[in-house]
Design a protein around this ligand. Sequence first.
Ligand code: F6R
Length: 259
Amino acid sequence: MEVVIRPDADDVGRTAAGIVQQSLADGVTTLGLATGSSVLAVYRDLIRRHRHEGLSFSGVDAFLLDEYIGLPTSSPQAFAQVIRRELTAHIDLDSERLHVPSGTALDPAAEARRFEQCLTEAGPVGLQLLGIGVNGHIGFNEPGSSLASRTRLKTLTEGTRRDNARFFGGIEDVPRHVITQGLATIGEADHLVLIATGPHKARAVSAAVEGPVTAACPASILQLHAHVTVVVDELAASQLRQRAYYRCIARHKPVGQRY
Ligand code: F6R
């Protein structure tokens, strides 16, 4: 695992966008996208690179991590809408190549299986962007999620519903259920890039990076993956015991060093 510590959220966004650009230049054609606040600075910088530096997403397939169950497709809070508004409407990604689980399917369990199958056929994802919940979730794999889980329905914790109430009128409007890629599904991507900013993420980042591998902190499963980059700002890094070492690696990294 490589831990990259940047001064602030904008710098985190630029760094992660640079990693995405490099992956596309290296031939990656399948991207995994997340929603939420943490990835917004990444998307802003990807749009800037598309507009001003010729970064192209043509021929790329993009898969979203998750979707609320029960929100109308046209709802501004539906992740299919969020990702269009924040990223894909502003770049040259073919809208037919944006894949989102349907939150309005009559049989959500069957829809989860369909999405997993679609990922298997198009995959592996070359680069997957991830945020992290304050409780250590990735995607919407809440604490206690099976480390072997695949795309399926999940029930959100009240804490996650409260955290996401800022995007809705209030907590009562936040759906209780989601379809989310599972932890094993996410782990099949070739490269995982986890973004975290702000002091409220410090405890989850420290548990994920330096704590035990446990379903109590779903993001800790990243420790078992061969290629993970954690890009954090100073505040989110503040509880990492080894942060001096991570900085030292960044300063002296020999060419070709893997993680
Ligand atoms: C959203 C997702 C979630 C978020 C996480 C952090 O697609 O998969 O795991 O990444 O809840 O959200 P923010 O960045 O809003 O704190």
